[in-house]
Write a protein that binds this ligand. Structure first.
Ligand SMILES: [Zn+2]
Length: 295
């Protein structure tokens, strides 16, 4: 089949016996955004925000992996290059514990503030560091703040990486020749919990309400045969009351015999084997046009 898939898109095919899929992912941002030097829009000049994020590397990411291990679940952890460089034991520990690691920029650069060549340089440096620290090649990428461009997709295709940054479906699909294992804001802990006493920060949502919301989404995806892509952060959901929410959610998910709990890489590989060519999207950004005259 060539060209984009006509609408409506058909039902997704999961492995035999599975009704839906669930991925547990951790974006290990830590202090990455603040290491971007003067270009970070909110780079701190004092210690409070830095220490809040250091918690993620000291405790949060390890507690999250301990939780996954207790349930026998394999997660996918996306680590910025600068954080892996600062903490050289992190990527090897993730892999040694059986989890998957993916790329997440070098400094967690925001796409809107980066040039194409800066993106390519950061991606290539991240791949090289990953190989050096783990002796293996990375398989996938997640964009900081979940924004993408056609150039970024072309670079992922060139390097043979899958992506997990876009929201064009609630199951895997292909865009510009790249396997996309999609995210969604409703399953991101940052929009619910993130609070640093910065202008515009809102009071965090209570853990009980988050458990209700995420449980509702998971039950819905299980009903509709989709993918529940949960995304948490080391320094946000590594806090104990949030770990307890995750524990309760995982107890519900793992009690279902027909929900496939897998790494993002396993889901991407399944897509290539079982659904390739069935869900195809183009990466086109329309040119600005003149306002249309209606009469
Ligand atoms: Zn991030």
């Amino acid at each position: 089949m060539s060209g984009p898939t006509p609408h409506p898109w058909p039902a997704y095919r999961w492995p035999d016996g599975q009704r839906s899929a669930f991925c547990f992912t951790v974006d290990v941002d830590a202090t990455g955004p603040y290491l971007w030097g003067q270009r970070a829009p909110d780079a701190p000049r004092r210690l409070g925000q830095l220490e809040q994020r250091h918690f993620g590397q000291r405790s949060g990411v390890w507690r999250l992996m301990d939780l996954l291990d207790r349930f026998g679940i394999k997660g996918t952890l996306f680590v910025p290059g600068a954080i892996a460089e600062q903490n050289p034991g992190l990527l090897p520990a993730i892999l040694q514990r059986g989890h998957q690691a993916g790329l997440h920029g070098w400094f967690h650069e925001l796409v809107a503030d980066s040039t194409d060549s800066e993106f390519t340089a950061a991606l290539e440096a991240s791949v090289e560091l990953f190989r050096r620290q783990t002796g293996t090649a990375p398989q996938g990428f997640r964009s900081p703040a979940w924004e993408m461009t056609p150039h970024m997709l072309a670079e992922l295709q060139r390097l043979g990486l899958w992506d997990s940054s876009l929201m064009g479906a609630d199951h895997p699909y292909e865009i510009a020749g790249v396997t996309e294992v999609p995210v969604q804001w409703a399953l991101d802990d940052a929009i619910l919990y993130k609070f640093s006493a910065l202008p515009g920060d809102r009071t965090p949502v209570t853990p009980g309400a988050v458990l209700d919301s995420w449980s509702e989404e998971w039950e819905g995806q299980h009903q509709y045969g989709g993918l529940t892509m949960l995304t948490v952060h080391d320094w946000i959901s590594g806090r104990v009351q949030r770990l307890r929410v995750l524990e309760k959610l995982l107890a519900r998910v793992t009690a279902a015999p027909d929900c496939w709990v897998a790494t993002v890489g396993e889901v991407a590989a399944w897509h290539a084997a079982g659904n390739s060519g069935r869900f195809v999207a183009e990466a086109t950004i329309p040119e600005p046009i003149e306002p249309r005259r209606f009469r």
